[in-house]
Every structure is written in C-alpha cells, then in structure tokens.
Write a protein that binds this ligand. Structure first.
Ligand code: ZN
Length: 229
C-alpha cells in the first residue's frame, strides 16, 4: 500500500497489534515489533526428532516436521491463532506463513517438497467462515518458496463437531475417516508438505496423512503455524 494512504487510514482507523492490542506504527504489520520479536519460535528448523515429529512416532512415517511457534491455552499467542481462525484475520495467516518460510528456508526444511497441501475444511465450515486459514498460511509459504499450492488433493468429507473438549482417543475416532485424498491430482512419488494452523494432538494431520497413504503417497512432511506447548 502507498505509505501516505496507510498513514491516512491509520489516522481514521488505527490498526492494532493482534497480540497485545497496542496501536501499530506505520511500518508494522499485524503484530507490533515487541510481540513479533517475542513470538515463542520453536526453532525446530530441519532438526529431526523434534517434539512436533514425536507426535507422529509409530503412527505415521513422516520425513520432516516443523512448527513456527508455541502457544499455551489462554496465552497471548493462542489469541493470535484465534483471530486468524475465527475473526477474519486471514491475511495475518499469510503474513506469518511468509515469515515462517523466510526464517526456515535456509535450514533446508522445504528442500525436495513438491506440493504444499493445506488441511482442508469441510464445505459447510468453509461457507460459514468464508476462508480456510490453513490455505492462507500455505499461500504465504508458497510466495516465499515458490512451491505450488495444491488444494484439490485432500478433501474433508465429514462435517464433524468441534473437537475442543474431546479427549485424544475420541478425537482420533471422529477424525480418522474425515479426509479423503483424490486420485490423479499429483504423482504418487510426490513429496507433500501438509500445512495446518494449530496442532495439539496431531489427530487431524494424522488423518490427512493416512488419507494420502491410502493413495500410495508415502513422502509426507508436516508443518503448522503453532504447536501446543
Ligand atoms: Zn503487540
């Protein structure tokens, strides 16, 4: 945006930090400098056996796992994810996806990835929300890495109830049949990077990975914007 246009916009409609609420300065986007600097980055990069990868031990063979930052329930950065997911702040998802990719590109995390595949939303939820936050995050990663986005490989076929209050086993039961992978979209030997917004138990990503496996796609890596601490 033209600088002077933003200045006029900021004067009448001040933009606020999505974490602390402070009014943003001219060259700040979505987060103030302080909150961006203090974002609890995982620093996993391309390190094997990191806590994100451990979630899938014995359940799904994955090549690499990474998450941008950690969150705690009720914490400031949990609020940030909530804003991206439910409050229409989709551009912030792309912005953070972009930062994540920039900060992790040199680690080799994105090397040999053929497609970015965001975790899909069910049609009803997509209609209700108007956007898929994981797709915006993946778009931010695609803008930096140049890896193509593939949104028609995976489909969410079960309109399942909210998982917020369920246990791990219940989550898995309600999630495992929720996704379907469509044949003929990508070659079976492709290396796919699944992109999600928030990871707690990993049940959703596990179900996505199983659906890809059913199609013979075995080279799977996983990343998310945020991982539960
Ligand atoms: Zn802030």
């Amino acid at each position: 945006m033209y600088g002077w246009l933003r200045d006029i916009g900021d004067f009448f409609f001040p933009r606020c930090c999505l974490v602390c609420g402070r009014v943003l300065l001219h060259d700040e986007d979505f987060l103030c400098c302080h909150c961006l600097l203090n974002l609890p980055r995982t620093g996993y990069g391309n390190v094997p056996d990191n806590p994100m990868e451990q979630l899938f031990y014995g359940k799904l063979p994955v090549e690499r796992c990474n998450a941008y930052f950690l969150f705690t329930e009720g914490g400031d950065y949990r609020r940030l994810i909530h804003r991206i997911k439910y409050n229409g702040e989709k551009e912030c998802g792309a912005y953070l996806g972009n930062l994540f990719a920039r900060e992790n590109a040199a680690t080799g995390f994105f090397d040999s990835i053929d497609y970015l595949v965001p975790v899909p939303l069910h049609r009803r939820k997509l209609r209700q929300r108007g956007y898929n936050q994981s797709e915006w995050i993946a778009q931010g990663i695609a803008d930096v890495t140049g890896i193509p986005l593939c949104t028609d490989l995976l489909e969410c076929v079960t309109d399942r109830p909210s998982q917020t209050r369920k246990g791990i086993y219940d989550r898995w039961l309600s999630t495992r049949e929720a996704f379907k992978a469509n044949p003929g979209i990508v070659p079976a030997d492709s290396h796919v990077l699944l992109v999600d917004d928030v990871v707690t138990t990993g049940a959703t990503l596990l179900a996505c990975g199983k659906a890809l496996g059913d199609l013979g796609i075995s080279r799977i890596s996983i990343c998310a914007l945020s991982l539960a601490k």
